[in-house]
Design a protein around this ligand. Structure first.
Ligand code: AMP
Ligand code: MG
Length: 487
């Protein structure tokens, strides 16, 4: 266990120089105080969880203090936003404070979001509001607990600093941890500004830091691109399997590591709805739930374009072709597990599609359905779940197919089946209305609910005593909350 002043820094991205990032000091927020911290994320830095309660913690992550070895930098990047190229983005309100190595030798970027204006702020104030900081914190730690690759969140620091969005709110900062903050948009920036040397420097940095095994391949860049395609196919399969809607899949929000990155108006599905659009400003539904799959490929093509100086177009095209089959294989594998199936049959895809269509037509709760399917024997579970469906006949027909499908797997120990299914079917997810309740309390100065919700979501597969209300379907008011894009 380390104290806060014992972190080991080695700021390799900062050393790439001013073509890649700009030195900027954080601008402190007034009366910084701890809203919530993640003990699991603190453990990644070998930090004793008790230090989160010390005043110096809030001062460090509220922009008042800095380690002598930190070198805060705003990174430059660009990217495709809603399909159009934006040539100049960058950290407009976040700073890479420095890179820390833990005792296991793992590398973590410390990124402070809401740290004030930078050369890339454009018209923005450089701030993040409490509401969006809490949402990012909860989502990062909840996705991680669901075994979905993601950036992590160490803490949220609240303040008295006023910021203006649709109304006056308070500024906050969230400390994000990731092995890398390089986005698809970083490669696009150097490609479109026609700076092949710097693009190569960036590529070599990323290869050495994050894809060292690719350096042993005959074509390191191609091997890296292939790895990025594979990771994204798996990541998006996980989003789809667990009902996570990112909401702003612009290429500047896509991590080179294939992990969930940059949380805005994201949502987990309550009722299953393939066409769900969580982003209030996404009029065309470009980033609707089901579109995340083709958009994943679109984004990889944008990255491929930026990598044409390093890789032949044929090789890029061939590698891009791996995405969809890989996605489909991962997705089906995950959904088989969610259905409690341990073998593969040709018709499993059809069985699944039929179920999702029935759920869609009846607005069935996506998370609770799978959890309940494992609670009891297949026969009893479908008999109990049928009441959730409007098309009861349709569901009964599906139930018969399902029971027969499970029985073809051989002898069934229900207790083992329950344990196996509950290990992949969460009871608790970050429903928008749960986040909203916690935010409402936090905005009036009470952080207990944010902390409780974070604790519940840190262990989503295990039923927790006294936490029944977190496993319920949303009330009417909480079903279709519009999440503002402003953050
Ligand atoms: P996002 O939608 O959060 O992914 O942000 C897109 C771009 O806008 C990034 O370059 C951000 O740094 C920038 N940005 C978002 N909000 C602000 C803000 N309040 N002040 C300055 N820049 C911002
Ligand atoms: Mg972003």
């Amino acid at each position: 266990m380390k104290a806060l002043d014992e972190l080991t820094f080695d700021n390799r991205f900062a050393r790439l120089g001013d073509a890649f990032s700009t030195h900027v000091l954080p601008e402190p927020i007034a009366n910084p105080r701890l809203v919530v911290a993640s003990p699991a994320a603190m453990a990644l830095l070998d930090l004793d969880p008790a230090v989160a309660e010390t005043p110096v913690f809030a001062e460090l992550f509220g922009g008042h203090k800095l380690w002598a070895e930190a070198e805060p930098r705003a990174m430059v990047y660009s990217g495709h936003q809603f399909g159009s190229y934006n040539p100049q983005l960058g950290d407009g309100r976040g700073l890479l404070l420095g890179e820390v190595y833990n005792e296991a030798g793992e590398h973590w970027d410390l990124h402070l979001k809401g740290a004030g204006q930078t050369p890339y702020s454009r018209m923005g104030d450089g701030r993040a509001v409490l509401r969006s900081s809490i949402r990012e914190f909860l989502a990062s730690e909840a996705l991680n607990a669901l075994n979905i690759p993601t950036t992590r969140a160490l803490c949220v620091i609240g303040s008295d600093t006023p910021v203006w969005r649709e109304k006056q709110e308070r500024a906050a900062m969230v400390l994000r941890l990731s092995p890398s903050h390089v986005r698809f948009g970083h490669f696009e920036y150097f490609y479109y500004t026609k700076r092949p040397e710097q693009q190569k420097e960036l590529g070599e940095h990323v290869l050495a830091m994050h894809f060292p095994e690719c350096l042993e391949q005959p074509e390191p860049y191609l091997a890296m691109f292939r790895e990025i395609v594979e990771r994204n196919a798996e990541l998006i399969a996980k989003w789809q399997a667990y009902g996570f809607c990112h909401g702003v899949m612009n290429t500047d929000n896509m991590s080179i590591l294939g992990i969930t990155f940059d949380f805005g108006p994201f949502a987990f599905l309550d009722d299953f709805d393939a066409n769900f659009i969580c982003n209030h400003s996404d009029d065309q539904g470009r980033y609707s739930f089901s579109n995340q799959v083709p958009i994943g490929q679109w984004n990889l093509s944008a990255l491929a374009q930026a990598l044409t100086p390093f890789i032949s177009v044929e090789a890029l095209r061939e590698t891009l072709g791996l995405y969809l089959p890989l996605y489909q294989a991962h997705y089906l594998d995950l959904m088989r597990r969610r259905l409690g199936l341990t073998t593969a049959e040709d018709d499993d895809q059809k069985l699944l599609e039929r179920l999702l269509q029935l759920m869609q037509n009846s607005g069935v709760d996506y998370t609770l359905f799978f959890r309940r399917l494992g609670d009891e024997s297949p026969e009893l579970a479908v008999a109990r779940l049928r009441d959730d469906f409007v098309d009861i006949k349709g569901f009964d027909a599906w139930g018969e197919l399902y029971v027969a499908r499970v029985s073809r797997e051989g002898s069934l120990d229900q207790e083992q089946r329950r344990v196996r299914m509950h290990a992949v079917n969460p009871l608790y997810i970050l429903r928008n209305y749960l986040a909203q309740k916690a935010i409402d309390a936090a905005e009036s100065g009470d952080y207990a609910e944010v902390r409780r919700l974070h604790t519940v979501l840190s262990n989503p597969f295990v039923e927790q005593a006294g936490m029944e209300s977190y496993a319920e379907r949303p009330p009417e008011w909480g079903k279709h909350l519009e999440i503002s894009c402003s953050s």
